[in-house]
Design a protein around this ligand. Sequence first.
Ligand code: GLN
Length: 190
Amino acid sequence: MIVGILALQGAVREHRTSLERLGIESRIVKTMDGLRGLSGLVLPGGESTAMALLADSDFLGRLKALARSGFPMFGTCAGMILLATGVQGRSAGYIEAIDITVSRNASGRQVDSFETLLDIDEIGKDVPAVFIRAPYITGHGSTVRPMASHDGHCVMAREANILVASFHPELTEDTRVHEYFVGMVKETIP
Ligand code: GLN
């Protein structure tokens, strides 16, 4: 099993390290061809507007089709913005794979970045989480399961094969969030 990491821009290497710690092989994905043979995909943090510019509409369309087919995807921070159906201030989402609305940069500016411990449903207690100009989930559909909150804001959720987090688990040494995603991927392998 190979998990891809979308590498248009952003915190790619750190996700590789987290997956390596779990003994999972990963592959850097920059083009549509790179999606072949993967069992799941991580969409890292970075700058969602830059990523959306770097991915042409064919690529975003292909990711949308994959998400609909049940292919597991995990978006952190900017990756979560790419996967959301609604982005405040925009008329449409990008990949539109999970029925959530997000508010960009809701956790504050770069200098307001912080680390905290979260209790995450199905994952565990005191999971370290780094927030960097993080988006918050401001609304979600009935089939979305909120999994964690910070300061009254929803910061992690799952809908079927799609997992999203406002924060960066890959910037810590705790691998529980990646382990949970790897579990989702394994469930889809016959
Ligand atoms: N604020 C960024 C965006 O809107 C996300 C920040 C991050 O990924 N750390 O894309």
